[in-house]
Design a protein around this ligand. Sequence first.
Ligand SMILES: Cc1cc2nc3c(=O)[nH]c(=O)nc-3n(C[C@H](O)[C@H](O)[C@H](O)COP(=O)(O)OP(=O)(O)OC[C@H]3O[C@@H](n4cnc5c(N)ncnc54)[C@H](O)[C@@H]3O)c2cc1C
Length: 325
Amino acid sequence: MTIWSVIGAGVAGLAVASEMVSRGAKVQVYDPGGPPGAHGCSWWAGGMLAPWCEYENAEEPVLRLGKTALDWWAARTQVQRRGTLVVANPRDLPDLRRFARRTQAFADVDQTQIQELEPDLHGFSKALFFPDEAHLDPRQALQDLYRQLQGQGVEFHRKLAPPRLENAIDCRGLHAREVLHDLRGVKGEMLVIRCPDIHLTRPVRLLHPRMPLYIVPRGDGVYMLGATMIESEDSSRITARSMLELLSAAYALNPAFGEAEVLEIGVDLRPAFPDNLPRIRRLGHTIYANGLYRHGYLLAPALVRGVADLALENKHSEMVDEDRA
Ligand SMILES: Cc1cc2nc3c(=O)[nH]c(=O)nc-3n(C[C@H](O)[C@H](O)[C@H](O)COP(=O)(O)OP(=O)(O)OC[C@H]3O[C@@H](n4cnc5c(N)ncnc54)[C@H](O)[C@@H]3O)c2cc1C
């Protein structure tokens, strides 16, 4: 029986392994970083499964393929189906209207409804509510996939993949740039804060002239605050400006966030192709699955279905880059 070697155990690699195993394939995984952790970009994600909100500034496949992510993840980890709330400061209400024009599947909500949905949000008179969106905890999701795969007999090798592997699926994220020359890194910065006095139950996006900022509840008063989007490949540290903008967004949602503890600062580079859509490429004996950009969890299920179709049935999904295959 063919053994497929998955190279890289971020969200792409673990999801590929999971999909391949579910179709009866035999798989092994290489990652020198070992189990999921801070070495992978996937560790720092917000985990929003928000295809309608993302459609505001993304291509059509993000909406269509992203909608299929919820059920794929729900079969493997805990998914919170509580929707997304999009708010704007009073001076930015035209931005809320513009956001509404560019997307779909939302309800306009007023101050009373906002209070019913999230009693701890203060000072917002209008919002958009996307009831069908969901979120997950990325670290939990990665650990769940890792444990399930171990339970299914998948061998994990804590080392670099040996050269010239046959039947390899390369999911190294930005590390594959030596082969995928059109891959670039898009810097993202995030914070994890703890504020037990505030109880938010769903992701809240605050519209902002420079970038959409959001807060995702992780439970027990812990929140992920993200994320900047900067065309820079310097992932060495967060800038003062980004830190100010992230914390100001939290403060705008509720001034009690001023008392929050900052637990973590995360900085990493999202792997992206020029059109910010993921791609599958077959070069020699290796299939490359990459370019998840800001949609690691949202588009991984569609990406890995395409990988398994190509690897196991030689079927070309729309993500297969025909020019290079
Ligand atoms: C701040 C921030 C917020 C984000 N928020 C979201 C969000 O809310 N929703 C969402 O869907 N996405 C989000 N993303 C995007 C998402 O995190 C990325 O798209 C995703 O992590 C890319 O996953 P990957 O598996 O391709 O890469 P990675 O997670 O980087 O995994 C690559 C793995 O390959 C391994 N590797 C490297 N070289 C080798 C080698 N030679 N041999 C074997 N293994 C190797 C590495 O150790 C690593 O574990 C966010 C990203 C950031 C930075």
